[in-house]
Design a protein around this ligand. Structure first.
Ligand SMILES: Cc1cc2nc3c(=O)[nH]c(=O)nc-3n(C[C@H](O)[C@H](O)[C@H](O)COP(=O)(O)OP(=O)(O)OC[C@H]3O[C@@H](n4cnc5c(N)ncnc54)[C@H](O)[C@@H]3O)c2cc1C
Length: 506
């Protein structure tokens, strides 16, 4: 195990191909657990292998010379092409280019992989845009660490996920009053060569598949919580890191035909336990500082850049949902009916309104004190809030459209292999111009989108991944332009006096 990331020989440097990414994961000593057993190799285990391949595909897309302009930009340090998701935007054009790259990657999984390598990259980009926030009493040590680690990830095409929320144990008490006090992940020892972390954090989406995991907290901390006020990067194979995966929907998927989404894009979520994990000092970015731990999210563009990526990804998912709905309406022979067209329009309204808010983030982008450009916050937080509301609404509209056709399906692809069963399926589960195989294929895709266990997880994900809805509303409250709204009201009130008289006009 390397003492520091600079000695981490899993990364050749420059853009990584899918096979480089897979090779780095193989037998790297990470400890992942599922169904009562330890996984020896996530790249071949049925619970993880397909998700690993979907991430590898993302690396291959970025590496493809045909996508060079779309997906990469020259590293300011080395001049070699690196993934555009690491670019610090200096103009609206840079934001447009970034959006194009993220959109391309998200289309490879139809928006179903939320923690692809470009997600936490957005947070690092935001931090690297304002490293002064990490300076402590004039000491630039942690800010320097942050920038160097960002550059390492950028120039080596690293994949980092994050755990920034403590496990749900007793939310009525602050971190240090949990019993025992080392339940939430925090510092338990300071050494010459680093700090020791003990405790757990949720919910490491994709952590079983990534190279590094970022450990911090986005929840407000108070006096006494200093040990939890950290931001550190930890190698997923560091001694003491244990990754407890939830049930795998990918492994449970009986075939790609039966579960086309779950079988390929189940990126896993996990409880991550840090059991006396030594973090070298150069991987420490915030250390026992409650103010900086808070400011890193709100006084830098990190939250904005990370969530802008998430929203570009979500836009792809919404477009996909509209497409599935239209295909089903056509297959069922109801696409020409006005009520069905109205339902499709309802779906399109949600998708367009959301997409408009992503457009608006570029239109209202602002220049930061350091000369970078960040997406408009008002539109970003409005979209984040809408997301948790429109996703269940879209799912519901899709269910309404699909009716019982989602359920009246062969139990699995194996039914087609039995000639007797197949004859009945082909006769009774078909549509004009569509064979039974095609009809079942589309309906099974729709079920994996709205009804399977994978679908349920996605409903929960879109509601919570960026924080509980009441937390997102607070972010919206802090970022809405209330001044303009108040001015309008003031102008209206100034237009007449308390006797109801209008001002004199000449
Ligand atoms: C599928 C999925 C993937 C995720 N992936 C990641 C990840 O990769 N990394 C990561 O760090 N996190 C991840 N998360 C965690 C996510 O960030 C949290 O779920 C989110 O921050 C909400 O925190 P919580 O789950 O503890 O809910 P809580 O904060 O406990 O809130 C749950 C509900 O309790 C009520 N409530 C709680 N506190 C209050 C209060 N003070 N006032 C009013 N109501 C309250 C509200 O109804 C709220 O909706 C993921 C979550 C999901 C569901």
């Amino acid at each position: 195990m390397p003492a520091s990331y600079e000695a981490d020989n899993r990364f050749p440097g420059g853009l990584r191909r899918g096979e480089d990414y897979i090779q780095a994961l193989q037998d790297d000593g990470r400890r992942v657990f599922i169904d009562g057993e330890e996984v020896s190799d996530v790249t071949t285990h049925p619970a993880f292998a397909e998700a690993v391949h979907s991430i590898a595909n993302i690396y291959d897309i970025a590496c493809d010379p045909a996508n060079r302009e779309l997906m990469t930009y020259p590293s300011p340090a080395t001049g070699v092409p690196v993934n555009r998701s690491w670019q610090l935007p200096r103009s609206r054009d840079d934001l447009v280019a970034r959006r194009g790259a993220i959109e391309k990657l998200s289309e490879s999984n139809f928006g179903f992989m939320g923690r692809s390598p470009d997600h936490v990259a957005g947070f690092f980009v935001g931090w690297a845009m304002a490293p002064e926030v990490f300076i402590e009493d004039g000491n630039t040590r942690f800010a320097d660490n942050l920038v160097k680690f960002y550059e390492f990830l950028r120039d080596h095409d690293g994949y980092i996920t994050y755990t920034i929320v403590p496990p749900q144990i007793d939310r009525s008490k602050p971190a240090h009053q949990q019993n025992p006090s080392d339940l939430y992940a925090g510092v338990v020892e300071e050494r010459d060569d680093g700090i020791v972390i003990r405790g757990a954090q949720m919910l490491g989406t994709g952590t079983a598949l990534s190279d590094y995991v970022l450990l911090s907290t986005i929840r407000p901390l108070g006096p006494g919580d200093e040990n939890f006020a950290i931001n550190v990067a930890i190698a997923c194979n560091a001694p003491g890191v244990r990754i407890y995966s939830r049930r795998s929907y990918g492994q449970a998927a009986s075939s790609v035909y039966d579960y086309p989404l779950a079988s390929r894009f189940d990126e896993n979520d996990a409880l991550v336990v840090y059991d006396n994990v030594l973090v070298p000092w150069d991987q420490v970015f915030v250390y026992k500082n409650i103010d900086i731990c808070r400011d890193q999210w709100w006084a830098t563009p990190a939250h904005v850049m990370g969530n802008n990526q998430a929203q570009i990804r979500f836009t792809t998912k919404l477009r996909f949902m509209v497409g599935v709905a239209q295909r089903i309406a056509e297959m069922n022979g109801v696409a020409a009916l006005p009520p069905v067209q109205a339902l499709l329009a309802d779906l399109a309204v949600q998708a367009s309104a959301y997409e408009g808010l992503v457009d608006a983030q570029i239109a209202t982008a602002t220049t930061t004190a350091n000369g970078y450009v960040e997406p408009g916050r008002q539109a970003l937080y409005a979209a984040m809030m809408m997301q948790s509301e429109i996703y269940p609404k879209m799912l519901n509209l899709l269910r309404e459209l699909c009716g019982g056709g989602l359920i009246q399906l062969p139990s699995s692809v194996a039914d087609f292999a039995n000639p007797d069963i197949r004859a009945d399926i082909e006769r009774y589960i078909q549509s004009p111009d569509h064979s039974a195989q095609e009809r079942v294929k589309l309906m099974k895709l729709a079920w994996d989108l709205v009804g399977s266990e994978f679908a349920g997880r996605h409903d929960q994900y879109e509601k919570f991944y960026a924080g509980a809805p009441f937390v997102v509303k607070m972010a919206m409250y802090r970022n809405y332009d209330f001044a303009t709204s108040r001015r309008l009201v003031d102008e209206a009130l100034a237009g007449y006096d308390t006797t109801g008289r209008l001002p004199k006009t000449d």
